[in-house]
Design a protein around this ligand. Sequence first.
Ligand code: PMP
Length: 399
Amino acid sequence: MMISAGLKEKIDNETFPIMEGKRTGNYVFEPSFASAQSGSAKLGDHQVVMLTSNNYLGLATNEEIKQALKQATDLYGSGTCGARLHNGTTILHRQLEQRCADYFGTEDAVILSAGYLTNVAAISAVADRDTLVVTDQLNHMSIVDGIKLSGAQVRIFRHNDMQKLEYILEKNASFNKKIIIVEGVYSMDGDLAPLRTINELSKKYGASILVDEAHSFGFIGKKGRGVSELLGVEQDVHMRMITFSKSLANVGGCIATDRKTATYIKHYANQYIFNASLPPAIVAGTLKAFDLLETEQWRVEKLWRNTIRFRKGMIHLGFDTMNSSSPVVPIYVGSDEINMKMTKELLAEGVYIATAMYPAVPMNESRLRATITAALTDDEIDFALKKFEKVGKKYELIH
Ligand code: PMP
């Protein structure tokens, strides 16, 4: 194999913290699961309690969804083998777009093959070099990449700092095209965007708002439409982004917006034009998940009960769960090394929890990051709390 000398040097000398774990035997990423993931799952030879999965409503193992996937495969085959504008659109794809639009009460919606691509597509299509994009410091990498690709003039404000946001908007008032981008619930810290203030500022300075509702859709707001619904600003948000890979337990994403913006994205976003469309089975599974989301309210109630049980338990033990007020519960650790060691030991004790390290969070602001789901039982949560107590004491995070 020919490999360029410079590239070889670069790759061989990588000192990324996540790689450091490989050298010290503490690498905790990409474990291979051997079963479906519910409140617990099979990892290697043992069953582990799942404290990390975006399966918020516990739909990943739902029989009706699995059945919908099978039926659609029988009818449409495995993949569409093409992009949406060519042969990649089935009746199901259009149904799902309509379903998203109906759910959010918007004129239209665009679906893409991943949540990641959805942010990249919407931002890179709508923003251009003459656009001011004002973005929260903690926004997801798909937002960061969408902005980069758009070539827009970007200004970053400190997380949820509304004074800084206003300062930026005021200083850059001369821009004709402006977008403020935030997440409803922040994926690493689990706190909410102050969307009422953001909305007021957007009106004052004439800016569009894009809200990524990936971690709020399905269970925040009376109808589950996310933080925009909860804080009563839905009518003013230009683009609402959701992913199908979390509450709906499938894959893909959508932008709910007005018809003209949806049409614009469909014809200007390379991620839409040049990417194979979602397999029909996944589209059918997502449609079925939408049905269940609207009819099985008990899942939302269970998710919140579980979230409160876990967070209260952790706070009672003395852990720092930061400012989270959602099912995303960070447990602050700090040191990357201790974080990886704790993850490894919790795993050995039968608890799977992801570690969030740089670049997902700032360097040496590592944390364990629990995402609570409706699939967890009380016993599973209590089991996990006991293990946290043991490992937390060992590493002196609690006493
Ligand atoms: N936005 C946010 C806030 C996310 O957390 C994620 C997934 N981690 C995405 C977008 C991308 O979604 P997906 O994984 O479905 O591509």
